[in-house]
Ligand binder design. Structure first.
Ligand SMILES: *Cc1c(COP(=O)(O)O)cnc(C)c1O
Length: 454
């Protein structure tokens, strides 16, 4: 029996872990302090150091261009934003990129310029951030939810076709948590049914499927550079696409509807289309350029550390780490997720497990709530706008709610999902060992913790 198996057995069984202390230092965390009282019961914390802070800003290397922008007085959209867009497109292998104020508006704009709107249905995952869904409603279309594959946390491609109706115009795959969707299958389904694809890659900067960056599969790819994101600007977003006519329209739209490129008319000839204003500032672009210099190395490190952490916790009974689709060559890891099964922790609820893990010094959370059941949907259906544009039979909310049930997502949101945030994946291996050690410690003492929380 190898040490690992022996250890596992000892966790489930009753053999004392103390007997393992004589072994070498391989997987030392497993034999380290697992026996002592969990922090939530007053014991010593598993981790007492400092997790990496986010975002990272290095005055020596990052401030020069930002100061130049400040001192130039050119603060509105100009050359630095152009440079950022060029670099972003290059890095992803896309023909064009447009910087906009945030990821939400990258999605809003993309759907608007593909004329996805009133009367249309858009297929989307319920396991995402609100902006993926609100962009559909914002344009007057109706979101239709495709349940998740709990192993990958992504929209389940097997469940897409059953949701397609004559109203379906587009699929909006979200590479949620930074783990890519199965884009090869989704693109095949889209082609078969003649649907547009807009990728929400707002958590998936530089993630790849067979070496091709996510965001470049669909007609458009949307990104967010909000403060918490792996590519942080404070606020910011981008649209990428290979379609010049579409990108010209997006540009025009983000600049009051003024002409750009192939949109009809000449500069100075007046406004040519309905637009709004979504431009980023030059100082945001300067911050973005500084962050871009680190993004690839940080992504590599997160990938390496996620694989390591997964190998540590993958064998713990009751912990199911995420699975990547076979064709994924790189993930972005905005979050490191796993599923928690309380049966293996003496019935300790996920909420209590999270508290126990936090008490060990490991920041973690339960993640998303069920987006397909929140009040904003009924609110949209009952709004004057929807009532004006849709026939009554399409606004039967009870019927809609029934058809949009997602039982697997429900379980993921309410019972199983646990998230560890991206910045922890920038720490050292020995700190990651502490995460796994903390989970093992909680498991070993689960009965006592359950007793205490009763
Ligand atoms: C952050 C995020 C957005 C929205 O981006 P903002 O820049 O915050 O507007 C959209 N979709 C997903 C999946 C996100 O995580």
């Amino acid at each position: 029996m190898n040490r690992r198996k022996f250890f596992k057995k000892s966790v489930i069984g009753s053999a004392s872990l103390m007997t393992l202390n004589g072994f070498g230092n391989q997987k030392a965390w497993a034999f380290n302090k697992v026996d002592i009282k969990p922090a939530i019961l007053g014991g010593e914390k598993s981790f007492t150091g400092q997790w990496p802070k986010w975002p990272i800003w290095n005055p020596a290397t990052d401030e020069k261009q930002l100061l130049e922008v400040m001192r130039s007085g050119v603060w509105s959209r100009s050359k630095v934003t152009d440079e950022f867009e060029k670099k972003w497109a290059q890095l992803l292998g896309a023909k064009r990129s447009l910087a906009v104020v945030n990821g939400t508006n990258a999605l809003n704009t993309s759907l608007a310029q593909l004329e996805i709107g009133w009367g249309d249905e858009v297929l989307v995952t319920p396991y995402t951030f609100i902006a993926s869904v609100s962009s559909i409603l914002f344009n007057g279309a109706i979101p239709v939810f495709v349940d998740v594959d709990p192993e990958t946390f992504q929209m389940d491609p097997n469940k897409i076709e059953e949701k397609i109706t004559p109203h379906t115009r587009a699929i909006l795959p979200v590479h949620i948590l930074g783990l890519p969707c199965d884009m090869e299958r989704i693109m095949k389904i889209a082609a078969k049914h003649n649907l547009l694809v807009v990728e929400d890659a707002c958590q998936a900067w530089l993630a790849e499927i067979n070496g091709k960056k996510v965001g470049t599969f669909g007609k458009a790819g949307c990104f967010s550079f909000q403060n918490s994101k792996n590519m942080a600007m404070g606020e910011g977003g981008a649209i990428i696409s290979d379609d010049d006519a579409f990108m010209d329209r997006c540009y025009s739209y983000h600049n009051y509807g003024n002409p750009h490129g192939t949109t009809a008319g000449q500069i100075g000839a007046g406004t040519v289309m309905i637009g709004t204003k979504l431009r980023i500032t030059e100082y945001q672009a300067a911050i973005g350029l500084a962050q871009l210099k680190r993004l690839e190395a940080e992504t590599e490190l997160r990938n390496k550390n996620a694989t390591y952490l997964q190998s540590l916790i993958g064998d713990i009974p009751g912990i199911s780490p995420y699975k990547l689709y076979k064709n994924v060559t790189k993930a972005a890891y905005h979050l490191f997720p796993f599923r928690y099964h309380k049966e293996y922790f003496k019935g300790l609820s996920r909420a209590e497990f999270l508290k126990a893990l936090q008490a060990e010094g490991i920041p973690c959370s339960a993640g998303y709530s069920e987006l397909n059941k929140m009040p904003y949907l009924k609110n949209a259906f009952e709004s004057k706008y929807f009532q004006k544009f849709y026939p009554t039979e399409r606004l039967n909310y009870e019927k809609y709610a029934q058809a949009n049930k997602c039982p697997l997502n429900e379980k993921l949101c309410n019972e199983e999902a646990v998230w560890i945030s991206q910045s922890l994946l920038l720490s050292s291996k020995s700190d990651l060992d502490k995460i796994a050690g903390a989970i093992e410690k909680i498991q070993k003492h689960a009965e006592l913790i359950v007793a205490k929380t009763k």
